[in-house]
Design a protein around this ligand. Structure first.
Ligand SMILES: [Fe+2]
Ligand SMILES: [Fe+2]
Length: 281
């Protein structure tokens, strides 16, 4: 394997090529949705996040496409446009599934940002947070049967595409930060810091709301009865493992998103119930 400098033309070629070469072609209209048992159907309909999922995939599609339209470098543009296509395909896949199983989907279209770079930065950091937790939650939901088994494989593909997106994003951010001339670089670094902080704040707010909803029970999260109680430790460890497994499939020379796994590892170190906590007390 040849070495290269981050921010170089080789780096750009490598992360764009890795993205394009791992594209999985399929058309939503060709999908045959499986027959579900009454129980599976009830569980699918009870999942609380379908509206949110469809809206955020539509928004992602619009934001990524806006960035692709603004990008002048053909190599970057091809990869970003492909991501935009995948996000829109996620939205279409969800819409098709919801229509098939007679679950309502929201009406609003995805909104195109006025500033493509800012839209892409915010969305990219948002995906780094959300995908990390989605990988673990998906694993737990699939293993426990909360997520209907006949649909697991189809949505596993969606999760893997999200892993490609955050891999691409981590490398794009580094590349762009190193590529820009001095004044552009400072502006980009500020926006980058702001983008990641805003996304982190949003996630902390959600976590606090979750915790308030579960008042008095700080370290466990109630999930539907069939998997009983999943401790935050199990969730965190599952997320870390799944994140490594999914991102481990790609060229090891590329950068990985580091912030969220690092934060979660630190939280695990101080959380009750681990090996260290047991030994000390
Ligand atoms: Fe997506
Ligand atoms: Fe994505």
């Amino acid at each position: 394997m040849r070495a290269f400098r981050f921010g170089s033309a080789e780096h750009k070629t490598l992360f764009c090529r890795e993205f394009v070469d791992t594209f999985r072609p399929y058309e939503v209209r060709d999908i045959q949705w499986p027959e579900l048992t009454a129980d599976d159907l009830a569980r699918l309909r009870a999942l609380p996040f379908w509206d949110e999922a469809v809206s955020s995939e539509r928004t992602a599609g619009a934001r990524v496409q806006a960035m692709a339209d603004a990008e002048r470098d053909p190599v970057l543009r091809e990869a970003i446009a492909m991501q935009g296509y995948e996000e829109s395909r996620h939205a279409a896949l969800l819409e098709s599934m919801l229509a098939h199983y007679e679950i309502a989907s929201p009406d609003e279209p995805g909104e195109r940002p006025r500033d493509p770079e800012w839209g892409f930065l915010r969305m990219g950091y948002g995906e780094c947070f959300d995908s990390f937790f989605a990988f673990g939650l998906f694993r737990l939901a699939a293993d426990s049967g909360i997520f209907p088994r006949p649909l697991v494989e189809r949505f596993d593909g969606v999760m893997q595409e999200e892993a490609r997106h955050i891999l691409f994003f981590a490398n794009w951010v580094a590349y762009r930060g190193l590529q820009l001339p001095f004044h552009g670089k400072a502006r980009f670094l500020v926006r980058r810091g702001l983008g990641v902080s805003l996304q982190a704040l949003g996630r902390i707010r959600t976590a606090l709301q979750l915790r308030d909803a579960e008042a008095g029970d700080d370290f466990t999260m109630q999930v539907p009865e069939s998997i009983g109680e999943v401790t935050l430790r199990t969730l965190a460890e599952t997320c870390l493992r799944e994140n490594e497994r999914r991102l481990g499939l790609y060229d090891p020379r590329l950068l990985r998103p580091r912030l969220v796994p690092r934060l979660v590892r630190q939280v695990l170190r101080v959380m009750p119930g681990g090996k260290n906590a047991a030994a000390s007390g």
